[in-house]
Design a protein around this ligand. Structure first.
Ligand code: NAP
Length: 289
């Protein structure tokens, strides 16, 4: 029996490694999926401090482990702690999923790239060749920038950050993907022309997240207009102030919940080889919001 078949046959574990993890919906999502498919596996969230990450990842090599998700603040450090990287993880310099590909061997993947791209599919033809802005320059912004360079082929892609060095590092790290030299950076103070001229605006900051639901990463409503898509990666609340502001100006909006489900489904498929039963997962999530 192969490791993968054995993994589906007996009780296996999958973990979320991050800090903090208590608010995470991932245990609910993955455990609902395991249950719906009759897979004898359990997903557990584990609070892991920075100094504990190497040992936590080492422990995945032994025992009945399918893999793990890695979240804030460990996605970049995890790159150095696995044996191999998928192309998405290598390009973004970030790992959000670890797969135990055979006993003891750890592959680092980044399913945030697939998760980000999936909800945009309906818009991508209309957006192709247009300009885009990403607010924020952290891990999610990296996944978004990589996905957009490959999928949207933007004329210009501006990364808006409050720390210039963070945006500069993102642009440097994604340099080999930026074959048309479209990556650009701006501060929040000088990004208004780019926001107004963009067909796609992505919020990859936590601004607007519960409990501070009345805040917005881009409070200037007059910069939004018809023909724009405003994609907020925040999933709690499911509709943010940014989305409401943009909708009031005629823009299309996408929230973070579809990305959350799509990145989870991609991780689940890596671990089990099965499609995530999204109906059962959505039902389990219903009580949460
Ligand atoms: P991260 O690595 O910590 O990056 C956050 C970015 O936002 C950084 O550039 C940070 O700048 C910036 N930022 C934070 N507070 C800010 C403020 N008040 N004003 C301006 N910029 C600010 O976090 P992440 O993993 O990329 O996550 C970012 C957001 O995406 C979170 O809301 C997260 O929930 C969401 N997300 C959603 C999904 C999904 O599946 N829907 C997946 C991943 C992430 P500094 O470094 O200077 O603070």
């Amino acid at each position: 029996m192969s490791h993968r078949e054995d993994a589906i046959g007996g009780l296996r574990l999958a973990f979320l490694l991050g800090n903090p993890v208590s608010h995470s919906l991932s245990p609910l999502i993955h455990n609902a999926a395991f249950k719906a498919l009759g897979i004898a596996a359990e997903y557990q969230a584990v609070d892991v401090r920075r100094t504990e990450l190497p040992e936590a990842i080492e422990r995945l090599r032994v025992g009945r482990v399918l893999g793990a998700n890695v979240t804030i603040p460990h996605k970049e450090t995890a790159v150095e702690l696995v044996d191999d990287l998928t192309s998405d993880a290598a390009a973004t310099h970030a790992v959000n999923t670890i797969l135990v590909s055979e006993p003891g061997r750890l592959i680092g993947a980044n399913t945030d790239v697939e998760g980000f791209s999936q909800p945009l599919k309906a818009y991508v033809d209309a957006l192709r060749g247009g300009s885009a802005v990403i607010l924020g320059a952290g891990g999610a912004a990296r996944a978004a920038a990589f996905a957009l360079l490959g999928g949207m082929g933007p004329r210009r892609l501006t990364v808006v950050a409050r720390r210039r060095d963070q945006a500069a590092k993102l642009i440097e790290d994604l340099g080999s993907e930026d074959i048309n030299n479209v990556l650009d950076r701006a501060s929040f103070d000088d990004a208004a022309p780019a926001v107004r001229a963009s067909q796609l605006i992505v919020n990859a900051t936590p601004v607007g997240m519960a409990p501070k639901e009345d805040t917005s990463p881009w409070p200037t409503i007059s910069d939004f207009h018809e023909g724009q898509v405003v994609y907020d990666l925040i999933y709690a609340p499911t509709t943010t102030r940014l989305m409401r502001d943009a909708e009031s100006c005629g823009a299309h909006t996408i929230g973070g919940m579809p990305m959350l489900l799509a990145q989870a489904a991609a991780s689940f498929k890596l671990w089990t080889g099965r499609e995530m039963p999204l109906g059962a997962v959505r039902k389990a999530l219903l009580g949460t919001f």
